[in-house]
Design a protein around this ligand. Structure first.
Ligand code: SAM
Ligand code: DTB
Ligand code: SF4
Length: 329
């Protein structure tokens, strides 16, 4: 490989391009191939330009409506298309949700993210959802919801109720999306994201690694996120939690270095976004997580549960963050 087109040049070029309006595929591909030490060094430098590297933002998830989902996402425990043994339940009462939010705040979370196993919310549920948002926000927490596709009107109502963030992941590259989900399209996701933006809410959008996607799909996924205008304020990067009974139940884990590479590239492409080390920490060593924080991850989900799967929990996390000298904010 000649000097000019080599991966080291790509890291420098990408750094120079930081303020450019659009990233090009060539730059992302080169970052995906760059020597690991140089990539992480650059990502750590970008991280320091915009954030305190010793602070990690803490969000807490709650599944407010679990299972029985009509969508066929091949990674998900909650799809009614697969026999995963998960018990479906109805939308939780507002009081129970607020009690969980209070507990999350006491355990140090600054954002409370409420997730529902829906293709889209029903208009008849919007009143309850908006009331939940208002009461959780009144506790002094940032609010986030992930409810599936939204209409303009639904996005507007959530925004007016005080919802700070809406999570809606693109999950993978546009090319690989149809292999993971057949009941909606990549463009459906983009349409909802545009409605969320137009409503004034902040966007939380990321995806999953370890679904059998190629390195090119990981590059295409990050490029699609980075070229949103503006990029999502919050970018969750999930390592697949393999769920028995789903088509992806037997998937092999992605190596810690490959995972950290993706975090580093996300940090370089989206310098001012929160990059969240999301699902999958339960199966990662402390060293693998530390590598991700070094590579620019600055947000996590706290607590012992995500939506339907396990997460490390407070005791393990505080021991880790004490050793790393990291403050949860
Ligand atoms: N139903 C809504 C939707 O799909 O947008 C909201 C809930 S859905 C569970 C939210 C996100 O969880 C998905 O977009 C996906 O990124 C993530 N997710 C689902 N199952 C997962 C798994 N087994 N491992 C990692 N992430 C997963
Ligand atoms: C996101 O990107 N990850 C969270 C949140 N957004 C909603 C969900 C992770 C789910 C992991 C699998 C489960 O617990 O069911
Ligand atoms: Fe339903 Fe969301 Fe799970 Fe897909 S990821 S099956 S839309 S809950």
């Amino acid at each position: 490989m000649d000097g000019e087109a080599g991966p080291q040049t790509a890291v420098k070029k990408a750094a120079a391009n930081q303020m450019a309006a659009k990233w090009v595929r060539e730059d992302v591909d080169a970052l995906m191939r760059a020597p690991f030490a140089e990539l992480v060094f650059r990502a750590a430098a970008v991280h320091r330009e915009h954030f305190d590297p010793n602070e990690v933002q803490a969000s807490r998830l709650l599944s407010i409506k679990t299972g029985g989902c009509p969508e066929d996402c091949g990674y998900c425990s909650q799809s009614a298309h697969f026999k995963t043994g998960l018990k479906a339940s109805r939308l939780m009462d507002k009081e129970a949700v607020v009690a969980e939010a209070r507990r999350a705040r006491e355990e140090g979370a600054s954002r409370f993210c409420m997730g529902a196993a829906w293709r889209a919310p029903k208009d008849r549920d919007m009143g309850d959802l908006c009331a939940m948002v208002a009461e959780v926000k009144a506790l002094g927490l940032e609010t986030c919801m992930t409810l599936g596709m939204l209409t303009d009107d639904q996005a507007g109502r959530l925004s007016e109720a005080g919802l700070d963030y809406y999570n809606h992941n693109i999950d993978t590259s546009p090319e690989y999306y149809g292999k993971m989900v057949s009941t909606r399209t990549f463009q459906d996701r983009i349409d909802t994201l545009e409605r969320v933006r137009a409503s004034g809410m902040k966007v939380c959008c990321g995806g999953i690694v370890g679904m059998g996607e190629a390195v090119e799909d990981r590059a295409g996924f990050l490029l699609a996120l980075a070229n949103m205008s503006p990029p999502p304020e919050s970018v969750p990067i999930n390592a697949l939690m393999p769920i028995e009974g789903t088509p992806l139940g037997g998937s092999e884990p992605v190596s810690a270095v490959e995972f950290a590479r993706l975090i580093a590239v996300a940090r370089i492409l989206m310098p001012t976004s929160y990059v969240r080390l999301s699902a999958g920490r339960e199966n990662m060593s402390e060293e693998a997580q530390a590598l991700c924080f070094l590579a620019g991850a600055n947000s996590i989900f706290v607590g012992d549960e995500l939506l339907t799967t396990n997460n490390p929990g407070q005791d393990k996390d505080s021991a880790m963050f004490d050793r790393l000298g990291v403050r949860l904010v």
